[in-house]
Design a protein. Sequence first.
Length: 238
Amino acid sequence: MSGALLSVQDLHVNYGRVEALHGVSLEVGAGQIVSVIGPNGAGKTTLLSALAGVLPSRGAARYQGEPLSALSVEERVRRGLVLVPEKRELFGSMTVADNLLLGSYSRRSRSRVKADLDEVYQRFPRLLERRGQLAGTLSGGEQQMLAIGRALMTSPKLLMLDEPSLGLAPIIVREIFNIVESLRGSGVTVLLVEQNARAALACSDHGYVLETGDVKLSGPAQALAADPAVTSAYLGGE
Ligand code: ATP
C-alpha cells in the first residue's frame, strides 16, 4: 500500500548488543486505527519509541512519503506524528490546564491554541471540570484522558498510543476505547499498542501480532480476532 500514512519496512532496534526488534514491517493507512498486540516484552513500546524518534533504529520507515530518519523528534511532532507514552508522563504538580497548554508549546497562534483547548474540553468534559486540579491527583482514567488531550493539543495526524488501557478498571477501559474510536471519527489516524487484544481489535481496522520482536501475524482486525492462533494466545481461548 504505497499511499500509507506510515509505512515501516524491516525495522531493527537494539538495546546495546541485544536486538529487540528483528525487522518489523507494517503499514498504517490514513484514517485507520491499526493495533499492535502482543505479550509483555514483545517490543511494542520499543516500536513506538523508535517511530517517535526517541530510540535509534535501522530500516526504512516513511511518514507521509518521507523517510522518517530525516526527521528529528520535534519535526515528527510538528508534522503530526505524536506519541502518548505508556507512563503518560504528565506533570503531576501542575494543573490539568497547564499540562494541556504544554502540549501546544510549539504552536504560534494563540487563537488556534484556544480553539484546540476548547475542543479538548468538549471531548473530555471531565478535564474541563478538573482544569484547576493538579494532574497528580487525577484518577488513572482521567490521567490517560489528560495524556491524550495533551497530545491532541499538537494537532496530531497520526497518534501513537502506548497501552492506553493499562491499569484501568474495565468500565474506564471501555471509555478510553470509545475515545480512540471517536478520534478516528474526527480524522485522526491511530496506531495503538495494547496487551488488551480483545478491546484493541474490536475498535481497529487492521492488526499486527508482535512476539519477541517479530510480526507473527497480521490482517484485518476482525479476521485476526477470529483466528484460532490469536484467540487461544490472546483472547482467553474463546
Ligand atoms: P510491555 O508491555 O511490558 O511494555 P513491550 O511489548 O512494550 O512490553 P518492550 O518494552 O518494547 O516490550 O521491550 C522489548 C524487549 O526489549 C524486552 O525484551 C525488554 O526487556 C527489552 N528492553 C526494553 N527496554 C530496554 C532497555 N532500556 N534496555 C534494555 N532492554 C530493554
